[in-house]
Design a protein around this ligand. Structure first.
Ligand code: MN3
Length: 201
């Protein structure tokens, strides 16, 4: 069984940037629905009981319905982990990589927000570590960076359900506020390990 990963903070911990009501829907309804649907789709198949990453890998490019649901489970777990009410800073190694790739921390944040604002329709804006450097990329709908796209360090959800309650159609206001809540301890751990985060079993 794939489980609904608990939020790593209280649902009101990121107010006013992201409201408790947004998390009630986004985690309690949207994320939960992706979990329930994934379990429903793998029930009775040889993917039942397999780790989420195995389900995503097996369905990518083959079973769109299962890929979309299972990838969304992973993406949301990664997104909750990418946010923090604490003031965090990149590790020295990650800070150096950010300066080298983007010029400054502020320029990297601007690139991430711009990528999210410019992304057409639903998707995700990612900071990834690829081939010894860092990149900002976006993916459509439920898609997540494949093995050839590097190791994800952080993500921001740019689906409307991430911000419509708080910001209506103002995606930029949401992304700007969320960019100040990024969990740099999480990003630094992903950067340091060089391994892809795994969804909690
Ligand atoms: Mn979402």
């Amino acid at each position: 069984m794939i489980t609904l990963m608990p939020l790593p903070f209280d649902k009101s911990a990121l107010e006013p940037a992201i409201s408790a009501e947004t998390f009630e829907y986004h985690h309690g309804k949207h994320h939960k629905a992706y979990v329930d649907k994934t379990n429903e789709l793998v029930a009775g198949t040889d993917l039942e009981g397999k780790p989420l990453e195995a389900i995503i890998a097996a369905s990518r490019g083959k079973d769109h319905k299962l890929f979309n649901q299972s990838a969304q489970v992973w993406n949301h777990g990664f997104y909750w982990s990418s946010l923090s009410p604490e003031k965090t800073r990149p590790s020295a190694e990650l800070a150096a990589a950010i300066d080298s790739a983007f010029g400054s921390h502020e320029a990297m944040i601007e690139k991430l927000v711009t990528e999210g604002v410019g992304h057409f329709a639903s998707g995700w804006a990612w900071l990834v570590s690829k081939g010894g450097s860092l990149e900002v990329i976006s993916t459509h709908d439920a898609d997540l960076p494949g093995e050839d796209a590097g190791v994800p360090l952080l993500v921001l959800d740019v689906w409307e359900h991430a911000y419509y309650i708080d910001r209506r159609n103002d995606r930029k206001a949401y992304l700007t506020a969320a960019s100040e809540l990024l969990n740099w301890d999480f990003a630094s751990a992903n950067h340091g390990s060089g391994e892809r985060w795994t969804y909690p079993a």
